[in-house]
Every structure is written in structure tokens, then in C-alpha cells.
Write a protein that binds this ligand. Structure first.
Ligand SMILES: C[S@@+](CC[C@H](N)C(=O)[O-])C[C@H]1O[C@@H](n2cnc3c(N)ncnc32)[C@H](O)[C@@H]1O
Length: 446
């Protein structure tokens, strides 16, 4: 049995509201409004809003509402269009967002209707729209009664990206759109330095959290019901970390030898570096990232799990800025990408990604590949990985690299890493419960 992080009953008022949970719904509407209508990032807006809630259950509820509403946005928008005689105007962004938040509670999250309705209707007044509280009430009641009309999950994707996914994946595209509209399971990575996976599963069981061990992933446990990270035993002490199964497979695909000199060229926030070092603390790992603030996150991550590395803030593609000429046995290029494989975890990707971003990303990936290749010792390995689904960033990027790099050879990865994709492997979102991911392993001629 697993309880939801926001509890079985309506959450309490967060900051002196009239009714329980009203502040949480108001904040949800404001976050969604900023993300959907003003191009703001979900992560940034949530961070500010979460700081205004004292109770961890309210914070978990706010996150769950925002993520659920964004994942199912197209479906809820379609319902609004068919239920409203007069469409909402440009100035009604907060109201529309509050409605999406209400629908998410009733539908995707399955909250008891009375809890969702009273707090959301009350939030209409707090948003300065008392005259529309009746309409919100009526629409939420209708949703509770009738459910939502069927709609195509592809409608959530911008037309240019939908077309690209269609061209790249053909009859697999509908499953990609469908999987991207649903919440991902929670994947944990158990820290080998602190105990076995079986032991950790027992510790979870002792606090009523069910988990499943994955046969292909040595350190992974999968939890299918939502649970707050703070409820995980020993989390603060680094006994376990949250990391999708696809990301955990990077350590297997790179497989550095004991004591190897390893470069993690795009390291922040540090999940893959931490995993590599938990598996083998004898690695001499340099964690590099262009963003010095994000590099601080890597330091915190590694400190929490109890491993050590060297750190450097620099553009990985500018070798003169950071490389002293000593080659690496293994280089991980977990490249900046379109994040189209993790839409279920970052649903605002669909609102913010532009065609010109993709062009810039593909050029940056190629520049990083070419520069970093020079740092690989003869006989060494470079693993190119992305959480993208687009062939321009993956299969075609890898093919282009091989074509212009005579001393690079692609080493085949087996089907545990997903579908055959040119010189690499591609997992599509939801397959084996994991995120969409691409892996290509290149070895340098001796
Ligand atoms: C996909 S994330 C890496 C995730 C990380 N490997 C992990 O497992 O936690 C990509 C990272 O690349 C970094 N980045 C982008 N351009 C870069 C560059 N030119 N040089 C180094 N890092 C870069 C970004 O700051 C971002 O942290």
C-alpha cells in the first residue's frame, strides 16, 4: 500500500485561507498561467510558488496539480472548447489555468470531487473573479459527472514537432504522444556504497512503499504510486536517489574500467556522475558543466551520496579553456538536447520548444562531439547520450560524427538499450516504464 504524498484527505489551508487548500489552487493557477500563457519555465515558476507553502503535503499537491494539468492540457482544452458557449478571452489566462487545475484534480489525480471542487471554486474568488465562481463550479461538476471527451494526445505537441516525430517514428508516433501525456513511475537508484538493492527494498516495504526490482538495471527500484522524496528512507543521507531507468543505463553503456580517468562533459545536476562513482569510487572523474550555478548542484549531489570528483565550469567544446592535455579513458557526453523523450517529466517542453532551438542544439551537439573526441585516449571510449527522440539529434547526429571522424568506430549496444537506431540505440518514452533516451558508444582506434 502506498499513500499519495498529498494525503488521502483535502490538505489544510496553507496561509490563512478561508477553506482548506485554497492557497494551493490559487498558486497552481498562477504557475500554469505563467507557463502556458507567458512562456515561463515550469521549474522556475514552481520553485517560487513552492516556497510559499509551508506544509510538504501542500507542496506535493501543488506539484501534482501543475504536472497533471500540463500533461493533459490538450484534453482539458478540448473539453473547455466544447462546453463553453463563448470561448475564454486573452485576459482570462488565470481563469483558464484554474479550470485546468480543477480538471486535473478530478480526472488525472482522482481527488475526491468535494475536495477539488470547494477549494477550486473558492480560489476563483481569491483570484478576484467572484462573479465567475458559479461558472467554475458548473464546469467542474460537469467534468465530474460526464468525464472528458476523447481527444488526440498529439494535439498537445506543436505542429512542427508533431510532424518531425511522425516522420521519424511513423506508426510508433501515436504511442509516443500517448506515453508523453501520462505520469512516469518513480525510479530510484540505490547507492551500492550504502547497502544492497534488496535491503533498500525491505526498508521501503517497512514504510509501506511497494517497489519492483528491474532485471536489466542492477541498482534500480521502480515505484508506481506517487510518493514524496522526503518519505524515502535515508534519502538525505544518500542511500538512494531519484533517477529514471534510462538514465541509469548510461553507467552500463559507458562501463569505465576500475580506476579509469573519466570526463563527464555536461555533468549538471550530477545524477550520472554520482551513479558512476557509487559503482566505482576508484574512478578519477572530472565533472564539467558550462553553467557554474548548475555545477554547484553536482557538488551537492556528489556530497549527498558520499563520493568525490574534480569540478570545472567551462564550455566543454572550448578545449583551450579547460583541458590540460591529459587524455581520458572514458568520456560521457550527456548532451543538451530537445528533451522530447522526457515530456512526461517536463511537460512544458511542448510549450516552449521552437524550431530554431533544435537547429542550435544540433549544431552544439556536433561541436561538442568533435571537440571532446580529441580528449579521448587511443583505445578509449566516448558515450553520446540524449533524452531526445529526434533523429537529427540522435541517429543522424551519430552518423554525421562517424562520417567525419575516421578514427571513431561505433560499438554495438544490445536491445536492452532500446530499438536499433543506426549506430546507436533508442528507447521510446514509456517502454519498460522508462524515459525516451538515445545511446551511441564510440571507441577510438589505438
Ligand atoms: C542533459 S543535461 C546533463 C545531465 C547530467 N549528465 C546528469 O545526469 O545529471 C545537459 C547539461 O549540459 C550543460 N551544457 C550545455 N552546453 C554545454 C557546454 N557547451 N559545455 C558544457 N556543458 C554544457 C547544461 O548546463 C546541462 O547541465
Amino acid at each position: 500500500m502506498t499513500t499519495t504524498p498529498w494525503g488521502a484527505t483535502p490538505t489544510r489551508a496553507a496561509s490563512g485561507d478561508a477553506a482548506p487548500g485554497v492557497a494551493t489552487r490559487v498558486l497552481a493557477a498562477r504557475v500554469l498561467d505563467a507557463v502556458i500563457h507567458r512562456g515561463r519555465s515550469l521549474k522556475g515558476e514552481l520553485a517560487t510558488a513552492l516556497a510559499q507553502l509551508a506544509d510538504p503535503r501542500d507542496r506535493a499537491l501543488l506539484e501534482a496539480i501543475c504536472f497533471s494539468a500540463l500533461r493533459q492540457r490538450a484534453r482539458y482544452d478540448a473539453a473547455l472548447q466544447s462546453w463553453l458557449q463563448k470561448p475564454l478571452g486573452e485576459k482570462d489566462g488565470d481563469l483558464r489555468s484554474l479550470l485546468l487545475a480543477g480538471f486535473a484534480q478530478i480526472d488525472a489525480m482522482g481527488l475526491p470531487a468535494h475536495a477539488a471542487l470547494s477549494a477550486t471554486v473558492e480560489a476563483t474568488r481569491v483570484l478576484g473573479r467572484p462573479h465567475q465562481a458559479g461558472m467554475v463550479n458548473a464546469l467542474l461538476r460537469r467534468a465530474t459527472r460526464e468525464g472528458f471527451p476523447e481527444s488526440d494526445p498529439a494535439a498537445a505537441w506543436p505542429a512542427w514537432l508533431r510532424k518531425k516525430i511522425g516522420l521519424d517514428w511513423g506508426d510508433r508516433a501515436p504511442a509516443i504522444f500517448e506515453a508523453s501525456a501520462h505520469a512516469a513511475p518513480l525510479w530510484l537508484r540505490v547507492n551500492r556504497m550504502k547497502g544492497t538493492r534488496d535491503d533498500y527494498a525491505s526498508r521501503l516495504q517497512a514504510v509501506d512503499i511497494d517497489s519492483t526490482a528491474d532485471g536489466n538495471l542492477a541498482d534500480a527500484l521502480r515505484i508506481d504510486s506517487p510518493v514524496a522524496v522526503s518519505a524515502l528512507p535515508g534519502f538525505a543521507g544518500g542511500d538512494a536517489s531519484v533517477q529514471d531507468g534510462s538514465a541509469q543505463q548510461v553507467a552500463d553503456a559507458l562501463a569505465p574500467a576500475p580506476g579509469a580517468r573519466v570526463l563527464d562533459a555536461c555533468a549538471a545536476p550530477g545524477g550520472k556522475a554520482a551513479h558512476l562513482l557509487e559503482r566505482d569510487p576508484s574512478l578519477r572523474l572530472l565533472a564539467l558543466d558550462v553553467d557554474s550555478r548548475r555545477l554547484d548542484r553536482v557538488r551537492e549531489t556528489l556530497q549527498r551520496v558520499g563520493v568525490a570528483a574534480e569540478f570545472r565550469a567551462a564550455d566543454a567544446g572550448d578545449l583551450a579553456a579547460w583541458w590540460e592535455g591529459e587524455p581520458f579513458d572514458a568520456v560521457l557526453l550527456d548532451a543538451p538536447c530537445s528533451a522530447t523523450g522526457i515530456v512526461r517529466r517536463q511537460p512544458d517542453v511542448l510549450l516552449h520548444r521552437r524550431p530554431e532551438d533544435l537547429v542550435a542544439l544540433v549544431a552544439l551537439q556536433a561541436r561538442l562531439l568533435d571537440a571532446l573526441w580529441k580528449t579521448v585516449r587511443p583505445g578509449g571510449v566516448l558515450l553520446y547520450a540524449t533524452c531526445s527522440l529526434l533523429k537529427d539529434e540522435n541517429e543522424r547526429q551519430a552518423a554525421g560524427f562517424l562520417a567525419r571522424t575516421p578514427d571513431a568506430r561505433a560499438e554495438p549496444l544490445d536491445d536492452r538499450y532500446g530499438h536499433d537506431a543506426g549506430s546507436g540505440r533508442q528507447r521510446l518514452p514509456g517502454e519498460q516504464g522508462m524515459d525516451g533516451f538515445f545511446y551511441a558508444r564510440f571507441t577510438r582506434a589505438s
